[in-house]
Design a protein around this ligand. Structure first.
Ligand SMILES: C[S@@+](CC[C@H](N)C(=O)[O-])C[C@H]1O[C@@H](n2cnc3c(N)ncnc32)[C@H](O)[C@@H]1O
Length: 248
C-alpha cells in the first residue's frame, strides 16, 4: 500500500523519484495535521558547492486524500527539475543584489542556490511546512537574508515586483497555470527575468510559448542532465529543460 501511494504520487507527475545520495538519519519529527513529518539529511554537491539539506523521509505518510490534488505532498519531494535548475543557476547566473521570487518552492533548492549566488530570495509556497524546512535549510547553509511568503497562486496576495521569478516543476497543472501567468504579469519588474525548469512536459512547453507571446519575452533554452536513483532500479540520467526568459 505504501509503495502504491508513492508510485501514485510519482505517476501523477510522470517523473521519477530524485536521487538522494549520501543520506543519513536526522530524526527531526514535526506534526502536520494528523501526520508526522520525519526528515533526514542529504548532501547536495556541485563543483565548488557543498550543501547539507534536510529533506522529508516519509513522503508517502503525508498523502491524506489521493483524489485531491491539493492534498498530495508534492512539496515534500526534491524533484529532478529542482536539481537541474540549481545546477544551471550555480553554473550560469549571477543574482548579485537582485530580488528573486521562487514559486512553488517545495524544499527550495534552486532558491537556496540563488541566495548563495547573491540573490535576495523570497521563497513561496502554499504549504507552511515547506517554508519551515526551507528556513532551516537556509540557516544550516549560512543564508541569512531570505524571506518567506505563504501564498496560494489562486489568491496571491503580494504587490512586490521582483527582478527574477523562478520555479522548478511548477507548471504541470493546466488549471493552475493561468494563475501563475497572472503572477508573472503582476509581480515581474519591467526588465525582469524568468527561469523555469521541468522534465520535458508538453503542458509546460505550451505555457512557456503562451507567456512568450503575451508578455513579450525572448528565450534561451538549455538542458541540464541530472542523475536519478530509484530504489531497486539502476541509476539513470534525466534531461531537465531550462527556460531562461527575458523581456524583449
Ligand atoms: C512538483 S512540486 C515542485 C517542488 C519544487 N519546486 C521542486 O522542484 O522540488 C510543486 C510545488 O508547487 C506547490 N504548489 C502547488 N500548487 C500550488 C498553489 N496553488 N499555490 C502555491 N504553490 C503551489 C507545491 O506545494 C509544490 O511545492
Amino acid at each position: 500500500m505504501v509503495s502504491f501511494v508513492v508510485l501514485f504520487v510519482h505517476c501523477l507527475l510522470f517523473i521519477s523519484r530524485p536521487a538522494c545520495e549520501h543520506c543519513s538519519g536526522m530524526g527531526n519529527d514535526v506534526l502536520q495535521g494528523d501526520s508526522m513529518i520525519t526528515t533526514r539529511e542529504i548532501a547536495f554537491h556541485l563543483p565548488g558547492l557543498d550543501l547539507s539539506l534536510e529533506i522529508v523521509a516519509n513522503v508517502e505518510d503525508l498523502v491524506t486524500d489521493p483524489e485531491d490534488d491539493d492534498q498530495i505532498p508534492y512539496w515534500a519531494e526534491l524533484w529532478p527539475a529542482a536539481r537541474g535548475l540549481a545546477q544551471y543557476i550555480w553554473e550560469r547566473i549571477d543574482f548579485q543584489g537582485a530580488t528573486v521570487l521562487e514559486l512553488g518552492a517545495g524544499l527550495g533548492l534552486p532558491g537556496l542556490v540563488a541566495a548563495l549566488k547573491g540573490g535576495l530570495v523570497t521563497f513561496s509556497d502554499y504549504i507552511e511546512e515547506s517554508l519551515d524546512i526551507i528556513a532551516r535549510n537556509a540557516r544550516r547553509n549560512g543564508i541569512q537574508a531570505a524571506s518567506y511568503l505563504l501564498a496560494d497562486w489562486r489568491d496571491f496576495q503580494c504587490d512586490k515586483k521582483f527582478d527574477w521569478i523562478i520555479g522548478s516543476d511548477v507548471l504541470y497543472n493546466p488549471t493552475l497555470n493561468p494563475y501563475v501567468a497572472g503572477i508573472l504579469e503582476r509581480n515581474l519588474s519591467v526588465r525582469g527575468q524568468l527561469l523555469f525548469s521541468h522534465p520535458s512536459r508538453p503542458v509546460t512547453m505550451q505555457f512557456i510559448d503562451d507567456i512568450k507571446r503575451s508578455l513579450g519575452l525572448q528565450e534561451e533554452k538549455a538542458v541540464q542532465v541530472v542523475t536519478v536513483q530509484e530504489p531497486g532500479v539502476p541509476q539513470f540520467n534525466q534531461g531537465i529543460d531550462i527556460h531562461h526568459l527575458t523581456k524583449i
